[in-house]
Design a protein around this ligand. Structure first.
Ligand SMILES: [Fe+2]
Length: 438
């Protein structure tokens, strides 16, 4: 933990030296257990840079390794004279432990590769909708990263970056990426796009975050500790001039296949967690909410039934600038559970975490809270998820420098949801047979 604090401190104090020229906007992503991508942006270095990395142990295991970066040029679509050079390296065959890394000639960064045994818990820090301006929770998040140290595994930013990435000919992205660099360079910072990335065909998002996946930065998945994670893009449903019906269908089919496989691996990865930007539920009273939610939830390629059929445990969302967690839901029907512990929930638990702060401020114009909404807090905050084998713990944290818990609850599971549904189906069938006989 001390080592991580040292590195974060070092970045904050001396990181400004080479940001304008050379290397900046460092970002790590998780590809698989022993594989990470590292990417950075340069305004000046258009040729590959030798990247050096080293497991921080004595002896041959700690020998320095080198790889040349792969460079793509991003021509800013509004001011075509502005070129940015995006450098990426993929690090394979990593070992468990602490890595030091640097583009050669620039300062050192650091990340960890953690070993997860079945008894270990994993922790994820989650939010959507963070801007450059009014990023109220940034200090609290950075402090939490330092405080949690080795307990924190990765960060999920579920859409809407910088407000907006394209502003000021894309310089807003440079500001944002440098703003989050102390956390994004120290652990995987996993992303999917939101509606604020739609300008110029999502090109600003693609320029910086294509490295989050080997396939595409819109929908991808991985196993980590006790969790199977699916990141997907709701925006495919809302921009027909940019995404075709085939694009939506491809994602839909991919999610279905991924969920099938994830269910076969439940013994190893008992929880299935999804992240998307626009929530399936916010409120059912306003047309804005219905227009934003229904295509993803119940449209021709609606995902709610699939999520419940395959037993997704928790769906995290952004887009609405508040914190709201629901009781388990299926087609607007909810399962009443104790507020602090959902035991063997039948359906998906939805959590909206879109309140770390941006120039659009917090959402305070929501209508009456429906019965299926367990907790709604209209205040700046962010989320952590801790995953043990049989329990998920979700906490919502305040923006205070020393953050306080403003809501928490657990989800426990002694049976897989697919088994529960099997029993339910069997009971239904028996009832039907009984009716026929008597
Ligand atoms: Fe949004």
């Amino acid at each position: 933990m001390l080592l991580l604090a040292f590195f974060l401190g070092a970045l904050a104090s001396d990181g400004s030296d080479n940001r304008k020229v050379g290397v900046n906007q460092m970002h790590v992503a998780y590809l698989s257990e022993f594989e990470r991508s590292v990417s950075w942006t340069s305004l000046t270095e258009k040729d590959p840079i030798t990247f050096i990395y080293q497991l921080a142990v004595p002896g041959p295991e700690g020998e320095m390794k080198m790889v040349d970066s792969n460079v793509t040029t991003f021509i800013e679509p509004q001011d075509k004279s502005q070129e940015r050079y995006i450098h990426t390296v993929v690090l394979s065959n990593l070992k468990y432990g602490n890595y030091n890394y640097a583009p050669m000639g620039y300062h050192w960064y650091h990340f960890n590769v953690y070993e997860n045994t079945p008894d270990d818990e994993q922790m994820f820090l989650i939010y959507g909708d963070m801007g450059v301006e009014n990023s109220q929770c940034l200090d609290a998040i950075e402090n939490m990263v330092i405080t949690l140290g080795d307990d924190l595994d990765m960060i999920w930013h579920i859409g809407d970056f910088a407000y907006d990435m394209c502003d000021n000919n894309g310089q807003n992205t440079d500001l944002f990426m440098n703003m989050v660099e102390p956390i994004a360079a120290a652990m995987p910072y996993m992303t999917i796009p939101g509606n604020h990335e739609s300008h110029f065909n999502f090109s600003h998002y693609e320029s910086r975050y294509s490295s989050v996946s080997k396939t595409n930065p819109y929908y991808y998945s991985y196993d980590y500790g006790n969790v199977h994670v699916i990141h997907f893009t709701t925006e495919l449903y809302f921009y027909p001039e940019q995404f075709s019906e085939q694009n939506i269908k491809d994602q839909f089919n991919w999610i279905q296949q991924d969920l099938k496989t994830a269910n076969q691996n439940r013994d190893k990865y008992p929880w299935i967690i999804t992240t998307g930007h626009r929530p399936m539920y916010c409120e059912r009273l306003s047309s804005k909410c219905v227009n934003d939610t229904d295509p993803v939830r119940i449209g021709p390629y609606g995902l709610e039934k699939m999520f419940n059929d395959y037993g997704v445990d928790v769906a995290f969302w952004g887009h609405v600038h508040l914190y709201e967690r629901m009781f388990p839901l299926n087609n607007e029907e909810y399962e009443k559970q104790p507020l602090d512990k959902y035991e063997n929930p039948k359906w998906v638990t939805h959590v909206i975490t879109g309140a770390p702060g941006n120039k659009e401020d917090i959402s305070t114009n929501m209508k009456d809270q429906p019965e299926w909404s367990a907790v709604r807090l209209e205040e700046y905050s962010f989320t952590t998820l801790t995953a043990a084998r049989d329990t998920l713990t979700i906490k919502q944290w305040s923006k205070d420098e020393t953050s306080k818990i403003i809501d928490q609850f657990q989800i426990t599971k002694t049976e897989q949801k697919s088994e529960l549904r099997w029993y339910e189906r069997a009971i239904k069938w028996l009832r039907g047979v009984t009716k026929m006989i008597f």
